[in-house]
Design a protein. Structure first.
Length: 156
Protein backbone atom coordinates (compact mmCIF):
# COMPACT_ATOMS: atom_id res chain seq x y z
CA UNK A 1 0.00 0.00 0.00
CA UNK A 2 1.05 3.58 -0.56
CA UNK A 3 2.05 5.46 2.60
CA UNK A 4 -0.51 8.28 3.04
CA UNK A 5 0.67 9.36 6.50
CA UNK A 6 1.89 12.79 5.34
CA UNK A 7 -1.17 13.52 3.17
CA UNK A 8 -3.71 16.03 4.42
CA UNK A 9 -7.23 14.88 5.23
CA UNK A 10 -9.66 16.46 2.79
CA UNK A 11 -13.21 15.79 1.69
CA UNK A 12 -13.10 13.15 -1.04
CA UNK A 13 -15.97 12.40 -3.40
CA UNK A 14 -16.09 9.97 -6.33
CA UNK A 15 -18.88 9.02 -8.73
CA UNK A 16 -18.82 5.92 -10.93
CA UNK A 17 -21.23 4.10 -13.21
CA UNK A 18 -21.95 0.67 -14.65
CA UNK A 19 -24.55 -0.43 -17.19
CA UNK A 20 -26.39 -3.75 -17.33
CA UNK A 21 -27.79 -4.66 -20.76
CA UNK A 22 -30.71 -7.11 -20.84
CA UNK A 23 -33.68 -8.35 -22.82
CA UNK A 24 -36.75 -6.08 -22.70
CA UNK A 25 -38.69 -8.90 -21.01
CA UNK A 26 -36.12 -9.02 -18.21
CA UNK A 27 -36.41 -5.30 -17.52
CA UNK A 28 -40.21 -5.60 -17.59
CA UNK A 29 -40.13 -8.38 -14.99
CA UNK A 30 -37.79 -6.32 -12.79
CA UNK A 31 -40.12 -3.33 -13.01
CA UNK A 32 -43.19 -5.45 -12.25
CA UNK A 33 -41.54 -7.13 -9.26
CA UNK A 34 -41.80 -10.58 -10.81
CA UNK A 35 -38.24 -11.78 -10.25
CA UNK A 36 -38.30 -14.87 -8.03
CA UNK A 37 -35.40 -13.73 -5.84
CA UNK A 38 -37.16 -10.49 -4.84
CA UNK A 39 -36.91 -6.73 -5.40
CA UNK A 40 -33.89 -6.58 -7.71
CA UNK A 41 -33.03 -2.90 -7.41
CA UNK A 42 -33.51 -2.78 -3.64
CA UNK A 43 -31.19 -5.75 -3.17
CA UNK A 44 -28.68 -4.36 -5.70
CA UNK A 45 -28.65 -1.04 -3.83
CA UNK A 46 -27.83 -2.74 -0.53
CA UNK A 47 -25.21 -4.91 -2.25
CA UNK A 48 -23.59 -1.82 -3.78
CA UNK A 49 -23.34 -0.13 -0.39
CA UNK A 50 -21.86 -3.30 1.11
CA UNK A 51 -19.40 -3.52 -1.80
CA UNK A 52 -18.22 0.04 -1.24
CA UNK A 53 -17.71 -0.67 2.47
CA UNK A 54 -15.73 -3.87 1.75
CA UNK A 55 -13.52 -2.56 -1.08
CA UNK A 56 -10.29 -2.91 0.91
CA UNK A 57 -11.14 -6.59 1.47
CA UNK A 58 -11.41 -7.12 -2.30
CA UNK A 59 -8.75 -4.88 -3.83
CA UNK A 60 -5.38 -5.73 -2.26
CA UNK A 61 -3.72 -2.28 -2.25
CA UNK A 62 -6.76 -0.24 -1.13
CA UNK A 63 -6.74 1.36 2.29
CA UNK A 64 -9.68 0.61 4.61
CA UNK A 65 -11.69 3.84 4.75
CA UNK A 66 -14.42 5.31 6.91
CA UNK A 67 -17.12 6.20 4.38
CA UNK A 68 -19.42 9.05 5.32
CA UNK A 69 -21.88 8.47 2.46
CA UNK A 70 -22.69 5.95 -0.27
CA UNK A 71 -25.52 6.87 -2.63
CA UNK A 72 -26.62 4.46 -5.37
CA UNK A 73 -29.21 5.24 -8.04
CA UNK A 74 -30.62 3.40 -11.03
CA UNK A 75 -31.87 4.67 -14.38
CA UNK A 76 -33.91 2.23 -16.43
CA UNK A 77 -34.03 2.63 -20.21
CA UNK A 78 -36.85 0.66 -21.85
CA UNK A 79 -35.87 1.69 -25.38
CA UNK A 80 -34.11 -1.26 -27.03
CA UNK A 81 -30.75 -0.49 -28.60
CA UNK A 82 -29.60 -1.74 -32.03
CA UNK A 83 -29.19 -5.24 -30.56
CA UNK A 84 -32.70 -5.18 -29.06
CA UNK A 85 -31.44 -4.79 -25.47
CA UNK A 86 -32.67 -2.48 -22.73
CA UNK A 87 -30.48 -1.20 -19.90
CA UNK A 88 -30.19 -0.25 -16.27
CA UNK A 89 -27.50 2.34 -15.54
CA UNK A 90 -26.14 2.31 -12.00
CA UNK A 91 -24.48 5.41 -10.54
CA UNK A 92 -22.73 5.45 -7.17
CA UNK A 93 -21.38 8.48 -5.33
CA UNK A 94 -19.12 7.81 -2.36
CA UNK A 95 -17.83 10.38 0.15
CA UNK A 96 -15.27 10.45 2.94
CA UNK A 97 -12.92 12.83 4.69
CA UNK A 98 -9.49 11.33 4.70
CA UNK A 99 -6.02 10.98 3.25
CA UNK A 100 -6.91 8.93 0.18
CA UNK A 101 -9.68 8.94 -2.39
CA UNK A 102 -12.79 6.85 -2.82
CA UNK A 103 -12.64 6.11 -6.54
CA UNK A 104 -12.25 2.38 -6.01
CA UNK A 105 -15.12 2.33 -3.51
CA UNK A 106 -17.43 3.99 -6.08
CA UNK A 107 -16.33 1.61 -8.84
CA UNK A 108 -16.71 -1.41 -6.55
CA UNK A 109 -20.19 -0.24 -5.53
CA UNK A 110 -21.47 -0.10 -9.12
CA UNK A 111 -19.76 -3.36 -10.03
CA UNK A 112 -21.27 -5.26 -7.09
CA UNK A 113 -24.70 -3.73 -7.75
CA UNK A 114 -24.46 -4.77 -11.42
CA UNK A 115 -23.38 -8.31 -10.51
CA UNK A 116 -26.29 -8.52 -8.07
CA UNK A 117 -28.73 -7.61 -10.85
CA UNK A 118 -27.16 -10.34 -12.98
CA UNK A 119 -27.36 -12.88 -10.16
CA UNK A 120 -30.99 -12.14 -9.40
CA UNK A 121 -32.08 -12.30 -13.05
CA UNK A 122 -29.80 -14.96 -14.53
CA UNK A 123 -32.51 -17.62 -14.39
CA UNK A 124 -34.46 -15.74 -17.06
CA UNK A 125 -31.65 -13.97 -18.97
CA UNK A 126 -28.15 -15.46 -18.93
CA UNK A 127 -27.17 -13.16 -21.82
CA UNK A 128 -27.13 -9.98 -19.72
CA UNK A 129 -23.95 -7.93 -20.06
CA UNK A 130 -22.27 -5.68 -17.52
CA UNK A 131 -20.54 -2.85 -19.37
CA UNK A 132 -19.21 0.71 -19.13
CA UNK A 133 -17.84 0.48 -15.59
CA UNK A 134 -15.99 3.76 -15.22
CA UNK A 135 -15.16 6.71 -13.01
CA UNK A 136 -17.32 9.72 -13.89
CA UNK A 137 -15.77 12.22 -11.48
CA UNK A 138 -13.69 12.66 -8.35
CA UNK A 139 -12.77 15.58 -6.15
CA UNK A 140 -10.50 16.24 -3.23
CA UNK A 141 -6.89 15.52 -2.48
CA UNK A 142 -3.68 16.75 -4.04
CA UNK A 143 -4.67 15.83 -7.59
CA UNK A 144 -7.86 17.91 -7.36
CA UNK A 145 -10.93 17.40 -9.50
CA UNK A 146 -11.37 14.95 -12.37
CA UNK A 147 -14.43 14.95 -14.61
CA UNK A 148 -14.70 12.37 -17.37
CA UNK A 149 -14.61 14.08 -20.74
CA UNK A 150 -17.15 13.25 -23.37
CA UNK A 151 -20.27 11.22 -23.04
CA UNK A 152 -19.99 7.67 -21.76
CA UNK A 153 -21.60 5.29 -24.21
CA UNK A 154 -24.34 3.48 -22.32
CA UNK A 155 -26.12 1.73 -25.17
CA UNK A 156 -24.22 -0.92 -27.12
Amino acid sequence: MVDVTAKASTERVATAQAVVLMKPETLEQIQQGKIAKGDVLAVAQVAGVMGAKRTSDLIPMCHPLFLSSVDISFTEDRRPNADGLCSITIVATVKTTGQTGVEMEAMTAVSVAALTIYDMCKAIDRGMTVTDVCLLSKSGGKSGTYIREGRVKVKA
